[in-house]
Ligand binder design. Sequence first.
Ligand code: GDP
Ligand code: MG
Length: 174
Amino acid sequence: GGAGKPTPLLIRILMIGDSSVGKTSLVLRYDKRGFNLRFTTTIGVDYSDRLLELDGRQVKLQIWDTAGQERFHSLTTSFFKRAEGFVLVYDVSNRQSFESVSTWMKDIVEQGKRGSDVVICGNKCDLQGREVAREEGEQLAAELGVPYMETSAKENLNVEETFGNLASRVKTRL
Ligand code: GDP
Ligand code: MG
């Protein structure tokens, strides 16, 4: 008796990047249970949980998604401080959003937990009218020392891989 399931390891991920780059779409695509199981806190940050198994260990991935505060760069520091991982998204059809990546990265370094893991996503790679080449994304990510993924929330490209790889990296560190 008493052999309960061990508590899953909690990993918190914060979605960041300019407004309209596809952060919410990526989360909704990744969250198989869909829209209904997202919770909105009083401070306007949504979260969704997803259980996964990594190397035989149960992991609860809790993904925090902003509700528009990114537009004003007014995300409270506490979210940065509590996240173990960050998905930093830009839109390959919007150069301005790519140019914001360095600023977001600075926020992570200055306000985030020490040693937190980051992945940069060039999202909307399904679109024809690109303003940022794949190589530019790869180069910037290399300069910042973090992995790069080309994603499409619309076509479901690299979405599983983005969250899965990030969770694996965080888990190795914890
Ligand atoms: P957020 O403000 O960063 O959360 O962005 P949203 O997820 O709300 O997406 C903004 C707009 O971009 C919406 O109209 C989405 O349908 C669209 N969008 C998001 N991801 C993709 C994608 O991968 N490809 C395309 N073509 N459109 C996308
Ligand atoms: Mg959003």
